[in-house]
Ligand binder design. Structure first.
Ligand code: FES
Length: 107
């Protein structure tokens, strides 16, 4: 079963930055905000060597990993060619300025 959980307001996420959502026993999730206030969520682990994508710089619909500068697509989680790999993508939505993340919940 899954449900939408409230993360924060869009304005709580720095433009071109991210906010980290922690959950015990799972990888952190980075929730990104673009220049145009689009919001995306990826597992906060670069597919290269696990760099914290939440500390990268957002440009367009990509984020540059802070460790070795791989470019990761925010919409797919895929590394941009010639690099290969994928950070997990998580469903996220914005309603009335509030950011929600779809999470699995155990009954
Ligand atoms: S860990 Fe992200 S580019 Fe190397």
């Amino acid at each position: 079963m899954s449900e939408w959980i409230v993360v924060c307001q869009v304005t709580d996420i720095p433009k071109l930055g991210a906010r980290v959502v922690k959950e015990s026993g799972k990888d952190d999730i980075a929730v990104f905000r673009t220049e145009t206030d689009q919001v995306f969520a990826l597992t906060d682990r670069c597919p290269h060597k696990g760099g914290p994508l939440s500390q990268g710089i957002v440009y367009g619909e990509n984020v540059a990993c802070p460790l070795h500068n791989w470019q990761i697509s925010l919409s797919s989680g895929e590394a941009c060619a010639p690099d290969e790999g994928c950070a997990g993508k998580h469903p996220v939505k914005v309603e009335g300025g509030t950011v929600y993340l779809l999470r699995q919940v155990t009954a």
